[in-house]
Structure formats: C-alpha cells, structure tokens
Design a protein around this ligand. Sequence first.
Ligand SMILES: *Cc1c(COP(=O)(O)O)cnc(C)c1O
Length: 412
Amino acid sequence: MFVKELRCLRCGHRHRPEDKPYVCEKCGGKIEVQYDYEQIRISRKTLEKRKRGVWKYVELLPVRNPDRAVTLGEGGTPLIKAARLGKKLGLKHLYLKDETRNPTGSFKDRLMTVGVTKVLEFGAKTVVTASSGNAAISLAAYAAKAGLECYTFVPERAPESKLAQISIHGAVVVKVKEKERGDPTYELMIESWKRFGWHPIPSAGAFNPYHWEGIKTLAYEVCEGLKWSCPDWVFVPTGAGTLLSGCAKGFSELKRLGLTKNMPRIVAVQAKGCAPLVRAFRQNIPYERIETWRKPKTVAGGLIDPFPWDADTAIEGIRRSGGDAVAVSDKEILQAEKELAQMEGVFAEPSGAAGVAGLKALIDEGKVDASDTVVVEVTGGGLKDVQTALEISKRPRTISPSIKALSKLIKI
Ligand SMILES: *Cc1c(COP(=O)(O)O)cnc(C)c1O
C-alpha cells in the first residue's frame, strides 16, 4: 500500500493509516488519502497488460491486501464513440463513458468495492449508508457479497424499483421523512454510526475517505481509453460532488505520475430543482456558507443531494481544471435520456443522462468547439427507474394479428 497519510482538508491535521479515521479526529473535517507518489512506479504498458476493472489500478487505492478485494467485476466500462449524437450536436469527437454497465448499474460500484474491502480490513460487521438510491443499492450488493449486515436510509420518495434493488440484497431499507431543513438521511446515518458503531459508507466522501478513492479509476480509464490523452471536456452529473471530486483527483494523479500531459475541463451538471453546488460555484459561495437546498424536486433522483457534501473538493476541481457548472431542467434531462437511448442505444436513468443536457447547454453558450474531444459520463442505468422511461416513451398499441391491421397502424 502506498498511502502516506490521511490529511484533514479543513484543519490540515495529519493521520496515520493505522489510526483508521473516517473524519478528522481533531475537527471532524473531511480527510483525504495522500499517497507516496515518488514510490509508485507504473507504466502505461504495465497497466495495459492488466485485466480491466477498478482493481487494476491497485497502487493508487488505499487497501492493504487487494487479494481480499470484495469484487463483482466493477469498472472497466466501455468508452463509446457517440457518432450519431455527436453529429447532431455538431461534435466530431463525442464519447460516452457507459457506467450503466457496472454490476448494480451505476458508477457507485467503484466506491463500494473499495469501501467494503476497507471496512473488512477494519473488522467491521455492520455498514450503514445514506442515499437517494444508487449508493444504497451498491452497498447492499457488496455487503451481501462480503457477508456484512447493511442498513440504508433513503428518502421517502425513492422509486420503487430502486427500493426493490436494495431489499433483494437483504439490506434493511429505512425510508426517512423529509424535513424542512437539513439532510435527514445523512443525519440518521451519522447518529447511528456514533451510537451503534456501524461503519459509514455513504456516497459522499465527507464521512469516509477510502471508498471514493475508487472513483479515480473512472478518470484513469477515460485517459487509457483515449490512448493516454486527456479529453478537452468531461461532463459529470452531480449531486453531492463526490463523483466529480474523485474524477478531478484521478486526472491530476495521472498527470503527476507522468502518464498524461494535461487536465480536461470538468463540468458539473445539476438539475435546476436541486442545484446547490452550481449556485455555490457561480456565486462564489465558500463551503462553510453553502446552504441546504430547500424543497428539492427533480426527475433526476440520483442528483438530489440537498447539501452538496463534497462541494469543497468538487468546486476546487472545477476551478483548477478551468471547467464550469450548469443546471439543466427536467425537460432537458428527459430529452437527453431519450436521445441516448434512441441515437446511441444506451439506456440511462434521468440522473445518468443529465451530462448530455449539460453538454448541450455549454454548446449553446458557445463554449465547446466542434473539434474538441468530449466525454460525457453516463452514470446510471435506465432499468433503475422504469416508471420514468414508461412515462416518456410511446405506449405500445394492440392490433389484431393481421398484416392488414399492421399496414393500417404503420400507414403503408
Ligand atoms: C450518485 C449519482 C450521481 C451523483 O454523484 P455525486 O457523487 O453525488 O455528485 C449521478 N448520477 C447517478 C446515476 C448517481 O447514482
């Protein structure tokens, strides 16, 4: 393991890996894993020879014994050239990073494989998460694989198909009523962690520094997929800002290790009905003064994080990369979901498709050039939210079993 120390991003306090911290023991702040980069020697060739997936980048993950990794075959997802959609948008080099192809259908599996492997190292018996759905689904699956007890706190309005996906893995699903202020699922997770000693593995990095290291592998794969060049732009559907923070760290590590030469511009895409991170970025609001989004409402359930727990690292990542942050409407998100499905054969849930809507917004603002290489992260699969897909698709028609009736239907 090449972990050097765990540094608090708020007060700078340094922890040793043996201290096993989840948050800063001095100030409760978010901590970040720092590696001994000088000691890490990996070449492009070595990496290319390894089996694809999250664990091929093991030197850059914070676990002691990768042989004991709890894995379901996550990562190593395709980077698909989107020629038809690219043409429609006037782009020559548009790619989709298809994260719907992960074991439980979202990029969250990259976090949970690392998170669950790490808590086993700590001797955990019980894990707990707060989630709008996908993180809980993923944790439930990896906890099942590892034989851990799993509690999940989800918002009352999470889609039934997501709840089913959590329950079938044997996790305890607790629906939590909304509150006027605050983020009640997170509050309960924190309290039960303190009270019962359950190990917290939420989707955000603010309460667990290990699991979100897994996200970096998405950035590594994008560059490796482009023959070790960096795209000009990466569009990231954003809730708490964890995915974006992890990608930013991944791209900058590759540069630091000499495997790539530059950084892409990273763009956060939120839904207009819950866009606290975009607001903070655009209005230059410091992390301590970010307010919880009141009454969040959007069809993109995976992007509902009333408080963007990882806005600190996300906004820094956006700024350092010369990126941007945009909010898109539900109508634009649903249009993007249809286009992905109908022009590229990729079935995303609304949250997963939001990146395409964000890309269109920046094209309209004249920021993206036709010759730019653009990667859109398609973060979650459509089968997780079948109800929405039914609502936005044409309803099937019934006919009598005759060619005459068919001809009438298709007007030939
Ligand atoms: C969790 C999630 C996101 C948002 O990720 P954050 O790390 O919270 O910013 C985007 N899309 C899907 C499908 C998700 O499940």
